[in-house]
Design a protein around this ligand. Structure first.
Ligand SMILES: O=C(O)C(=O)C[C@]1(C(=O)O)C=C[C@@H](O)C=C1
Length: 310
């Protein structure tokens, strides 16, 4: 069998590549940098790559909307793994450029949001120029005509570039920031359940259905399924039309999760299953006795016995 091919939000040196390198075998696999999340996922949809590593959530800035939207629509994809990367930022510039020379800074929008306080305190009044990634912004500085004087990127990018000077280290506003990444493939057999799993779904809010959100949440609550993330995103169709992107503790093979999924499908038939996969922190789900697989099996057996007239 030929080695796997992975796409990721590039260029080389992004935090996303660091996440991909956590995947066993990825260091020796073909890694294809893409300029945006959509392209990375589209190459998987087209069969040009086996899976894509993309950012989904940051502990400071929240959901990565480009990813949430791209996996919620289009040809179905499946999350098969997650990875956590501690995030620290440095400010880099070409040799000879000092803090007082900086008028514009480029970086990824999520990185900018995580360094806002530092920039306000140390470089008040500088302009922000959006970059497709932290690494792309830093590499852009190597071009003498770059329309900005400095970039915010990860220490690894800076260390790998002799043409750049680090002007300030550890400039993130929140220490211990972490970004969560997902490895996304095409639908297939689910990763095995480990007991410490996560299930991701996209639930479009049904229209003309008062209380629909409450009912959706109740599918999880009444079965003792904990949620670790819930975000609403506009579908883009018209004002007021939203879907919910949800991470729940547990695997679709867990009875309580399977039952919750079936309930979601009844309330919102366009619910999209995005995968069940092992948690990166390996924290097992807390399962109350009345929501265990055994409790569900015994309850179903009881109903069966009633139907059989026993
Ligand atoms: O630009 C990068 O290095 C990325 O991997 C992207 C990204 C993100 O999209 O959130 C990843 C982690 C950081 O929080 C900032 C940027």
């Amino acid at each position: 069998m030929s080695a796997a091919t992975y796409t990721f939000l590039g260029p080389e040196g992004t935090f996303t590549e660091a996440a991909l390198l956590q995947v066993p075998g990825a260091a020796d696999a073909q890694r294809v940098p893409c300029t945006n999340v959509n392209t990375a996922l589209e190459r998987v949809r087209q069969g040009e790559a086996d899976a894509a590593m993309v950012p989904i959530e940051n502990s400071v800035e929240g959901g990565v909307t480009a990813t949430l939207d791209a996996i919620a629509t289009g040809q179905e994809l499946r999350i098969v793994r997650e990875a956590l990367v501690p995030i620290t930022f440095v400010l880099v510039a070409r040799p000879g450029v000092g803090l007082s020379d900086i008028k514009r800074i480029s970086t990824h929008g999520h990185a900018w949001a995580q360094c806002r306080l530092w920039v306000d305190a140390n470089l008040p009044g500088v302009d922000y120029m959006p970059g497709s990634s932290t690494a792309a912004a830093a590499m852009g500085l190597l071009d003498e005509d770059a329309p900005y004087e400095a970039a915010i990127c990860g220490p690894l990018v800076a260390a790998g570039q002799s043409g750049l000077n680090v002007l300030a280290e550890d400039i993130g506003d929140v220490p211990d920031a972490v970004t969560r990444f997902i490895l996304v493939g095409r639908p297939g057999a689910l990763p095995e359940r480990t007991g410490a799993d996560k299930t991701t779904v996209v639930v479009p809010l049904p229209e003309d259905h008062p209380g629909a959100l409450m009912e959706i949440l109740d599918q999880f609550a009444s079965r003792g399924v904990n949620l670790s993330r819930i975000e609403s995103r506009p579908t883009g169709q018209y004002l007021g039309h939203y879907f919910f992107s949800i991470d729940a503790d547990g695997h679709a093979a867990d009875s309580r999760v399977a039952d919750a999924l079936a309930g979601l499908h009844r309330i919102s038939p366009a619910t999209r299953f995005l995968g069940s996969y092992a948690r990166a922190d390996m924290q097992p789900a807390v399962v109350a006795p009345h929501t265990s697989d055994a409790a569900f099996a015994s309850a179903h057996a009881w109903v069966d016995s009633i139907l059989k007239g026993q």
